[in-house]
Design a protein around this ligand. Sequence first.
Ligand SMILES: NC(=O)c1ccc[n+]([C@@H]2O[C@H](COP(=O)([O-])OP(=O)(O)OC[C@H]3O[C@@H](n4cnc5c(N)ncnc54)[C@H](OP(=O)(O)O)[C@@H]3O)[C@@H](O)[C@H]2O)c1
Length: 308
Amino acid sequence: MSRTIAITGATGFIGSWLAKRLASTGWHIKALVRAASLNKRPRDIEPEWITGDLGDIQSLEKLVAGAVAVVHCAGAVRGARQEDFDRINVDGVARLVKVAAEQKLPPRFLLVSSLAAREPQLSFYAASKRNGEKALALNAGNMFWSTFRPPAVYGPGDREMLPLFQWMYRGLAPLIGSDKNRVSLLYVEDLAAAMISWLQKAKHSERFYELHDGHQNGYSWQQIIAVIEGLNGRSILRANIPVPLVKLIAAVNLAGAKIFGRSPMLTPGKVRELTHSNWVADNDQLSSETGWVPKVMLDEGLRLTLGL
Ligand SMILES: NC(=O)c1ccc[n+]([C@@H]2O[C@H](COP(=O)([O-])OP(=O)(O)OC[C@H]3O[C@@H](n4cnc5c(N)ncnc54)[C@H](OP(=O)(O)O)[C@@H]3O)[C@@H](O)[C@H]2O)c1
C-alpha cells in the first residue's frame, strides 16, 4: 500500500503543484479543501479531498489521520489587518501542528513559511510568517519538523508575479526602489521537487531551509528585465515609480479595502517588502542534506510562466 501524505493549500498555486508532483511519485494524498473552494480543486489530480478549514479541528484530525507526513502549504498572502494574516498563518499553523503532534505515530511536518519571515518588521504578512514558524516550534513536541523559507515563487498558475511579468513582456517595466536591491526567485516545480527531496531524505529535525533557483546572489530587477528582453527580442521601457507615490497609492488602497472588506495585495507593508534591499536566499543547507538542486533557470521559467 502507498504511503499517505496530508497536504493543505492544494487549491492554491504552490500546493497544487506539490499535489501534482506527489501524485506522480505514488503517494496517497489527502488534501484539505474549504467548502467554498470545492470548485477550485485542480482537475488533473485526484487526491482524497477532506472538506474543512484550518479553523476546524475535526477536519484537521480527519486530514492527518494515518498520514506519515504533512506538508502545510495553506496560507494567507493578502489581508488588510494583522489579524487577517494571524488567523491563518499563526493560529492555523498552531492548530494543525497540535493535531499532527497528538497522533499515535506523529507524521513528519513541513511548514511552507517564507523568506519574508526573516524580516518580520516589514509587514503584517512577514510578521505572521515568523510567528507561524514559532507556533510550529512551540507545538511540535517530539514530531520531526522543518520549515521552508522560499523566496518569490513563480510559474504557471501564479497570480501575484504574473501580471508584472506580463507588463514587462508587453514592453513596460515599472521599477520601485533602488537598482541595488536584490531578490532570489524560485520556479514552482523546483519548489515542489525540493519538498519531495525533504520528504525522502531530510535527516535533521528543526531546520529552516532557504531556497532559490541556483542563481547565486539573486537578481537585480534590471537583470530580470534583461532576461524578458531576451525572450521577446525587443527592449523594454523602464519606468521608475517614486516610492512615496507607491506608498500613497498603497495607503489609499488599504483604507478602501478596510471600508469595503476586501483583501488587498498592495499595502504599505507590501511596499516595504518590495523595496527591501536584500531578499537573497541560500540553498546550501537543503542541497547538502538532500542532494536537491533546482533545474529551471530564469529564462526557461519565465518562458513557461508566460506561456511562450
Ligand atoms: N507564492 C509565493 O511567491 C510564496 C513565496 C513564499 C512563501 N509562500 C507561502 O506559500 C504558501 C502558499 O502560497 P500560494 O502562493 O500557493 O498562495 P495561494 O495560491 O493564495 O494559496 C493559498 C492556499 O491556502 C488555502 N487557505 C487559505 N486559508 C485557508 C484556511 N483558513 N483553511 C484552509 N485552507 C486555506 C487556500 O485555499 P482557498 O483556495 O480555499 O482559498 C489556498 O489553497 C503560503 O503559506 C505563502 O505564505 C508563497
